[in-house]
Design a protein around this ligand. Structure first.
Ligand code: NAD
Ligand code: LMR
Length: 328
């Protein structure tokens, strides 16, 4: 039996993500938590003729406790999205506290759950989650994931448009680092099968992966950021993780983890100077089984991108850690 929770279930990401979870054969019990409209979203989804039972919870009547108790996987897309002109870091002021409080609930009601953090800025909200879990004495780095799958999905899509493949998802492209602008580093040189990106197109496609989020924010013109593609990406990661937890082997997906706590991660942390970093991670029955050191094989072009990534990411991580250790 797998119980999954979506926290922030009534939002732009939360609703389609909950829909995908409801249709997932590997989820038996789906709990939807939000500060608004969670009961309505749950009632709506509960009429779908798939096996998962769906229940909705609001903060009143100990709703968080009821939603989180017994959870195996908690997916968190709670928090405000960007408007044009904003950076993801501009969301910190509001989303840092939202994530902190939800993770306090996780620590109290489902300390053994696997946590998938979608709320931005991911580069800071994941360190916040780690510090809250540490303070509660329940931090297991193999269970905490920042969801960076949308960057991978975008890389697959944009490369697919270039190569003309009829199924972009069949090209695997590691996208590593963090989840904002220059901290996002696509390693096209390590695509499988190999892709030949013409030199005069490399800057543009790299930029598009790094700043793909801005494209959507601009197009939505004040109505938010990526929601549908993010629901797809968040579900892709959640579903792969659940399959791995159930014993399927050989599942690898890039994700933002606390490197020193994952096998193979310490040497990547040393090479990058960042304790939190997205790399391809082999998923297993205990969560993050092994971090794969793709940094070592980056080419000269990618090494330059990585240098900028390390500079930006370090500050984002410290900001998250400080928020918990020395609250404002
Ligand atoms: P949204 O405003 O549509 O939805 C957010 C939901 O969170 C709302 O329903 C709101 O009521 C709920 N919420 C707020 N505070 C809460 C709390 N304390 N507990 C539970 N629920 C709470 O926003 P969205 O478009 O769904 O985006 C959500 C977040 O995901 C944003 O921070 C956005 O930047 C981020 N995001 C991340 C990625 C990624 O790749 N990791 C991609 C897209 C968006
Ligand atoms: C994205 O990459 O689309 C998300 O992080 C949302 C955003 O603010 O761009």
């Amino acid at each position: 039996m797998v119980k999954a929770v979506v926290a922030g279930a009534s939002g732009g990401i939360g609703q389609p993500l909950s829909l995908l979870c409801k249709t997932c054969k590997n989820i038996d019990d789906l709990a939807l938590y939000d500060v608004v409209n969670a009961l309505g979203v749950a009632a709506d989804l509960s009429h779908i003729s798939s096996p998962a039972t769906v229940t909705g919870y609001l903060p009143k009547d100990d709703g968080m406790k009821s939603a989180f108790t017994g959870a195996d996987v908690v997916i968190i897309p709670a928090g405000i999205p960007r408007k044009p002109g904003m950076t993801r870091d501009d969301l910190f002021k509001i989303n840092a506290g939202i994530v902190r409080d939800l993770i306090k609930g996780v620590a109290e009601f489902c300390p053994k759950a696997y946590l998938l953090i979608i709320s931005n800025p991911v580069n800071s909200t994941v360190p916040i989650a780690a510090e809250v879990l540490k303070a509660a004495g329940v931090f297991d780095p193999k269970r905490l994931f920042g969801v960076t799958t949308l960057d991978v999905v975008r890389a697959e899509t944009f490369v697919g448009a270039l190569t003309g493949t009829n199924d972009p998802s069949t090209t695997y492209i590691p996208v590593i680092g963090g989840h904002s602008g220059e901290t996002i580093v696509p390693l096209f040189s390590q695509a499988k099968p190999a892709v030949d990106i013409p030199e005069d197109k490399l800057d543009a496609i790299t930029y598009r992966v790094q700043f793909g989020g801005d494209e959507v924010v601009k197009a939505k013109d004040g109505a938010g950021s990526a929601t549908l593609s993010m629901a797809f990406a968040g579900f892709r990661f959640a579903e792969k993780l659940i399959r791995a937890l159930k014993g399927e082997s050989g599942i690898i997906e890039p994700t933002f983890v606390y490197l020193p706590g994952v096998e193979g991660g310490a040497e990547i942390a040393k090479a990058t100077g960042c304790d939190f970093f997205s790399v391809p991670v082999e998923l297993g029955e205990g969560g993050a089984k092994k971090a794969i050191n793709v940094v070592a094989d980056a080419n000269e072009y990618e090494k330059k991108l990585l240098k900028a990534c390390y500079e930006g990411l370090g500050g984002n991580i410290s900001k998250g850690v400080e928020f918990v250790l020395n609250p404002p």
